[in-house]
Ligand binder design. Structure first.
Ligand code: SF4
Ligand code: SF4
Length: 205
């Protein structure tokens, strides 16, 4: 028979006097550490639907669902909590991580067990997509273009897709298109275009 070592005996006596080392969870709630990576949560206000988080997710736990119906195109970001590793890549590399609020962040929530996998998701609202005016391909979300234009400031005016989508949002696009037809040498370039059609409009035509 092996006898307990003195150190183990000492620990046992201390535990008998002071109580167990383990937490009484779930009887008593636990305070998560400050930088704890719990349930990742999207912010509808902060997320611009750029899909960078889905591209960097090592578990492929994030999908983006693009829907084009009756001329209305939208994107929804969906994070599957049952596939997530809680590694933090999505929040660390989120395009709007320095904004308030950021697009995605980790909450302190960790008790995520459930019976229904379909309900274990964190998702954004549907975000409006911008389509190429020539081929109809998806360019990105309206919020993403607006975010880039804001970052670039006046430099955004060098990119017709950026400034036309901004003007469309403000309701001035028609006036600019009319002026372009009258005064601009290549009015076919003053459009919201995907990269392929932009290349054709700029170089090939
Ligand atoms: S803004 Fe952040 S959270 Fe939203 S899609 Fe882009 S990377 Fe993901
Ligand atoms: S925490 Fe990691 S695994 Fe989970 S969604 Fe973000 S990047 Fe993917």
């Amino acid at each position: 028979m092996r006898y307990p070592k003195l150190r183990e005996l000492k620990e046992a006596v201390i535990a008998l006097i002071k109580g167990p080392y383990t937490e009484a969870y779930p009887r008593k709630p636990i305070q998560s550490p400050k930088r704890f990576r719990g349930k990742p949560e999207y912010s509808d206000e902060g997320c611009i639907g750029c899909t960078a988080c889905a591209l960097v997710c090592p578990a492929r736990a994030i999908e983006f669902r693009d829907t084009v119906e009756n001329g209305k195109a939208t994107r929804k970001m969906i994070l599957h909590l049952d596939e997530c590793h809680y590694c933090g890549q999505c929040s660390a590399l989120c395009t709007t991580r320095e904004d308030t609020p950021p697009g995605i962040r980790h909450t302190a929530e960790f008790d995520l067990a459930g019976f229904d996998r379909a309900s274990m998701v964190s998702a954004t609202e549907e975000k409006e997509l911008v389509l190429c005016e020539i081929c109809g391909d998806i360019i990105t979300t309206k919020a993403h273009l607006a975010w880039i234009a804001k970052k670039l400031g006046s430099l955004a005016f060098s990119n017709p897709t950026l400034f036309m989508s901004s003007l469309k949002g403000m309701g001035f696009a028609e006036n600019v298109l009319q002026a372009a037809k009258d005064y601009v040498l290549r009015p076919d370039r003053i459009k919201i275009l995907c990269s392929k059609c932009r290349r054709k409009a700029t170089i090939e035509r």
